[in-house]
Design a binder for this molecule. Structure first.
Ligand SMILES: NC(=O)C1=CN([C@@H]2O[C@H](COP(=O)(O)OP(=O)(O)OC[C@H]3O[C@@H](n4cnc5c(N)ncnc54)[C@H](OP(=O)(O)O)[C@@H]3O)[C@@H](O)[C@H]2O)C=CC1
Ligand SMILES: CC(=O)N[C@@H](CCC(=O)OP(=O)(O)O)C(=O)O
Length: 316
């Protein structure tokens, strides 16, 4: 048994982590009095008492909490953007390769990936690593996500909206139009790309679930005569032993969700499903995941299991 503290236990990610930990056979939860949840002293005491602490906080508070740990035993898993490209932290996406999984297992500081970045990195990183995509290839990416990705503030915007606002929010909406989304640095760093992708996120009027797409022309592959199916097979080989990343058969569009890809179909799971579609020289890569599952809380608990030497699927 080991002790766990969730700093930010009342937030969207914190509550979902807690749900998973409540059924975890090895975990004893250290809970903070909700009235004290922003007290530095109360948090510092629990952060230092716990074997593992999850930081489910805005970036600034996550940095503050990390600095409050004064021992060399507490393992931290940070769900925020604060440390994802910090060299002192390990990026918590074990499926990238066996070395990454080892690094997570041995680290006391793991940065949990962003939800859009998880979908993108699982599609692109293996293709760059295997030499199918050159690191200097300019890429683009679109992501359709549920509104819980924006945390309590965005959930309130959708669910407590007045009539006028509700009318505005009833369809999917592009955002991040400064083209400087906070997940770009981790997408670029993890895939080893010369340029960050042109990334266009879209938020839809549903609570959770997401689909991340990367379009490619065959001419962008290092071997331009390669067919989309070869890309699918390379991803299938890369993830052949993975518990949580499954590559679907090539060109399954007719048989999935009656021809519509449902962004909510992986909800409640820790899965990232990969689809590859192709026609002529046009290729579409797609990840479907739960932004609160493999995109956040599920991935965080998976990382904890790896760090504690437990089967990674425990309580997921
Ligand atoms: N939602 C998602 O899909 C994902 C979120 N993340 C990241 O996880 C982190 C948490 O996000 P999310 O759960 O969505 O956010 P929420 O806004 O839902 O929750 C954040 C929680 O942190 C609390 N909090 C804020 N400041 C402090 C502080 N100084 N000390 C202690 N607690 C504080 C808030 O308190 P209060 O209850 O008073 O508001 C709230 O409970 C963020 O960094 C986010 O970027 C990562 C991946 C996906
Ligand atoms: C709908 C929505 O706003 N989603 C968030 C992503 C949530 C996520 O992955 O979390 P991090 O904030 O930890 O990176 C966004 O695009 O900024």
């Amino acid at each position: 048994m080991f002790t766990v503290f969730v700093d930010g236990q009342e937030g969207t990610t914190g509550l979902q982590i807690k749900e998973r930990l409540d059924k975890h056979p090895e975990v004893t939860l250290l809970e903070i009095d909700p009235a004290e949840r922003k007290s530095v002293d109360a948090r510092q005491a629990l952060l230092n008492a716990a074997d593992v602490a999850f930081l489910c906080l805005p970036d600034s508070a996550a940095k503050e909490s990390a600095a409050l740990v004064t021992n060399d035993t507490t393992r931290l898993i940070d769900a925020s953007t604060a440390h994802r490209t910090d060299p002192a932290w390990v990026y918590g996406l074990p499926e990238i390769n066996a070395e990454q999984r080892q690094r997570i297992a041995q680290s006391r500081r793991v940065a949990n990936p962003g939800c859009h970045a998880t979908g993108f990195n699982l599609l692109v990183a293996p293709l760059v690593a295997r030499g199918l995509l050159h690191p200097s290839t300019p890429l683009s990416c679109q992501s359709l996500t549920g509104y819980s990705g924006g945390g309590k503030a965005m959930i309130a915007q959708y669910e407590d909206a007045d009539t006028e606002q509700r009318a505005r929010l009833q369809g999917p909406a592009h955002y991040g139009l400064n083209l400087n989304h906070k997940h770009l640095p981790e997408m670029q760093a993890v895939c080893g790309l010369a340029l960050p992708p042109v990334f266009t996120p879209v938020v839809g009027p549903f609570y959770q679930g997401m689909v991340v797409t990367v379009p490619l022309h065959a001419a962008q592959l290092t071997m331009p005569n390669r067919h989309a199916e070869a890309v699918r097979d390379a991803l299938a080989e890369h993830y052949a032993d993975s518990t949580f990343v499954q590559v679907q058969p090539y060109n399954v569009e007719g048989s999935v969700d009656g021809g519509f890809i449902n962004p909510q179909a992986a909800n409640g799971t820790n899965q990232n499903q990969i689809f590859v579609f192709g026609h002529g020289e046009r290729i579409l890569l797609m990840s479907r995941l739960d932004n609160l599952g493999k995109g956040a809380s599920g991935a965080a608990v998976q990382n904890m299991n790896i760090m504690m030497g437990l089967p990674e699927q425990l309580s997921l």
